[in-house]
Ligand binder design. Structure first.
Ligand code: ADE
Ligand code: ZN
Length: 375
């Protein structure tokens, strides 16, 4: 018999919102820093990933990046990242972001970065059967010309594993229209398009991403709910949202997952799938994201199945690959559900009935990163 938490860990998963640099193990970060003489703010590995705001987070993210120097560093970290996803959450397929300019601006050749990542993901596929494709991310704090040049370089070093363009960084100060040119260039050259939007900025950013950048998916998207029109449009057009419970709980102030906007996004009929964002840096993993959110919101197996299969539908697979993954995942979900013990949500109070005032914290409640140990 399986407990509900074991079931949530073991359901097969697709992840479409996960930043390579934010998946580096703290121990690997420390090891690479030692090797390459990068000075760290603390000797204590368990304290490396401590921050309170997105801006502090992004500084550490850049520091992690600065320890990736040679092709083998990228390969090692990518391999470990996928191994962790498989072990901790039965990850089967990931489309993984990386930030080229955080590396190229330090003099690391684009080829070192891309080839190293592909070495790591190929080895992980050989060892664990997990597949991974890459999405180059525009870093919002870069100039538009830097982003455009990044896309040019990515296209010069293009390999079949590199399938898309995305965008991250702090959203509020740098809106998406800044990067129309980079997106148009990528789109014209056949890269698939997505962007972080509405993490901490208004719903209009989603409209810009869809209409001006040509995005097919939206990463995060929580503030969509502030506009009934944009919400209705996204629902009607079947836009997929790649949501990340813990990371946004931590840096954007929804520490109680039972009150996270994901609940209302699902309630509004939007297509949502779950991701770990920067798992090691947020002291989480893809298995825990399912466990925390689904237990906090009382989601039963039907909603879990919806999250899992939304990942399959939203992935940039060809039709044959998608059909094969859909049927394999469905068979695995059926088998896991058959193994479940009787104690599971979805039969008692359903979604939308989070704890009232004064109740004990839900298992999904998230504390700030400084209160946690290293992943
Ligand atoms: N870069 C890495 N993770 C990010 C996030 N959650 N938001 C914005 N930029 C990021
Ligand atoms: Zn992200």
């Amino acid at each position: 018999m399986l407990t509900y938490e074991e079931y949530l860990r073991r359901v097969p998963k697709v992840e479409l919102h996960c930043h390579f640099e934010g998946t580096v193990r703290a121990s690997t970060f420390a090891d690479l820093a030692r090797r390459h003489n990068v000075e760290l703010p603390t000797e204590e590995v368990g304290k490396l990933y401590e921050y309170d705001t997105i801006y502090e987070f992004l500084k550490i993210f850049a520091m992690v990046s600065s320890t990736l120097i040679v092709r083998e560093d990228f390969a090692r970290a990518a391999y470990e990242s996928l191994a962790d996803g498989v072990e901790l959450g039965n990850l089967r397929y990931r489309e993984m972001f990386f930030n080229p300019t955080l590396h190229t601006r330090r003099g690391i050749p684009m080829a070192t970065c891309i080839d190293g990542l592909i070495d790591g993901i190929s080895d992980a596929e050989a060892d664990f059967g997990v597949r991974c494709r890459l999405i180059a991310d525009v870093y919002r704090q870069d100039d538009p010309a830097v982003a455009r040049q990044m896309v040019e370089e990515v296209l010069e070093h293009r390999r079949p594993e590199l399938i898309g363009l995305g965008m991250d960084g702090a959203e509020a100060p740098d809106p998406p229209e800044k990067f129309v040119e980079a997106y148009r260039l990528a789109g014209r050259n056949g890269l698939r398009l997505t962007s972080h939007a509405c993490e901490d900025a208004p719903a209009q950013n989603i409209v810009t991403c869809l209409d001006q950048l040509g995005c097919e998916r939206i990463d995060h998207g929580y503030h969509v709910l502030e506009s009934p029109d944009v919400t209705a449009r996204c629902r009607d057009e079947g836009i997929y949202f790649t949501c990340c419970p813990t990371s946004t709980a931590v840096v954007y102030g929804w520490p109680d997952l039972s009150a996270h906007p994901i609940k209302d996004m699902v309630g509004a009929g939007l297509r949502v799938m779950l991701n770990s964002d920067d798992p090691t840096m947020f002291h989480t993993d893809i298995g825990q994201e399912y466990m925390r959110l689904c237990t906090a919101l009382g989601y039963g197996t039907d909603q879990v199945r919806k999250f899992v299969l939304a990942g399959v539908e939203a992935a940039w697979l060809d039709d044959g690959e998608r059909a094969a993954m859909r049927s394999s995942f469905t068979a695995q979900l059926d088998a896991l559900e058959a193994e479940l013990d009787g104690d599971r949500p979805g039969t008692a109070p359903g979604p939308g009935t989070g704890p009232g005032p004064g109740t004990a914290p839900e298992p999904g409640a998230v504390s700030p990163p400084s209160g946690r140990g290293a992943a």
